[in-house]
Design a binder for this molecule. Structure first.
Ligand code: CP
Length: 336
């Protein structure tokens, strides 16, 4: 496993950016889940607000399409009482040739405290975190096929709330692993949280090299892979990232890897079915499964708001703490 990116932690090991789950300790992931659990109650109140981020400005900058991530980040920031700007990239000056860093510096000049960013290039969030002012936090809302850390954490919250302890679970991730940032974040989170049996089920053409680093068991036959699993995580075919020739056709993929009622019946009788969305009915999942009581697809969206509240508020605290540590260091240097 890659070590945690030093950039995303402050001098006390607390979050100051949220770029990837790689190398983050189990205690930190558990704290995100516990904090998110406490925020779920806020969403059930008549007045769905807490004052934790009053006076802060959060800017959503999405260079790729999104329904769930963009809107749930916006709701999360508003429920924390932050001011929120959502930049419509297609009508912004990036479409006139402005570079990514120049667009973000412009927003920084408006005193934004945090950027939530989605970008088609792997590593984009990390690049921006290296270049923004030290007081601005970057939250990765998905970068290329690299990472989607808040999706990973909301998936873990879904599993913990419906299945409990990770140490006894069998979890299958099915479909287009090669192009999926969700699969990568989920494999890292499951391993860190102690899941002993992580299975990936996919055709050989949709598997990345280097899977062994994630400690997963690979299956090319869905019937074998689903046997007795407690959790099935289906993935969307990422057509926009796929070069031609990786798949014979969508109907052939569905015939070999689609989740039908007959196939779900091979899992544990109380297994849950998850999907990060957007779902493609009849391509990776049958409607009868997607709409069944065991499907957690809409619960995942609800939990996503609470997880994003947890990540925003913990990152804000980590940034504030670092600012204080830096001020103390400068005061000590001046006193010498
Ligand atoms: N799961 C997810 O990232 O969905 P969106 O693309 O709609 O944000």
């Amino acid at each position: 496993m890659t070590p945690a990116c030093p950039l995303q932690l402050n001098d006390h090991g607390r979050l100051r950016h949220f770029l990837s789950l790689d190398g983050l300790p189990r205690e930190l992931l558990t704290e995100i889940l516990d904090t998110a659990d406490s925020f779920l109650e806020v969403g059930a109140r008549a007045v769905k607000k807490v004052p934790l981020m009053r006076g802060m400005t959060v800017c959503n900058v999405f260079f790729e399409n999104s329904t769930r991530t963009r809107t749930t980040f916006e709701l999360a920031a508003k429920r924390l009482s932050a001011d929120v700007i959502t930049l419509n990239v297609s009508t912004s000056s990036t479409s006139k040739g402005e570079t990514l860093t120049d667009t973000l510096r412009t927003l920084e000049a408006m005193a934004a405290d945090m950027f939530v960013m989605r970008h088609a290039d792997s590593g984009a969030a990390h690049f921006v975190a290296e270049h923004v002012s030290p007081n601005v936090a970057i939250i990765n809302g998905g970068d290329g096929r690299h990472a989607h850390p808040t999706q990973g954490m909301l998936d873990m919250l879904t599993i913990r709330r419906h299945k409990g302890d990770f140490s006894q679970l069998k979890v299958a991730i099915v479909g287009d692993i090669l192009h999926s940032r969700v699969a990568r974040s989920n494999m890292i989170a499951l391993k860190t949280l102690g899941c002993p049996d992580i299975r990936v089920i996919a055709p050989k053409t949709l598997l990345p090299v280097g899977l062994e680093q994630y400690g997963v068991n690979v299956y090319h036959n869905i019937e074998q892979g689903l046997k007795d699993v407690d959790v099935v995580i289906m993935l969307r075919l990422q057509r926009e990232r796929m070069r031609s020739g990786l798949l014979p056709s969508e109907s052939e993929f569905y015939r070999l890897f689609g989740l039908s009622e007959q196939r779900v019946a091979l899992a544990h009788p109380e297994a849950i079915v998850m999907h990060p969305g957007p779902i493609n009915r009849g391509v990776e999942i049958d409607s009868s499964v997607a709409d069944s009581p065991r499907a957690m697809i809409l619960n995942q969206v609800t939990y996503g708001i609470a997880v994003r509240m947890a990540v925003l508020s913990m990152t804000m605290s980590g940034q504030n703490e670092q600012r204080q540590l830096d001020a103390e260091k400068s005061a000590q240097q001046e006193a010498r």
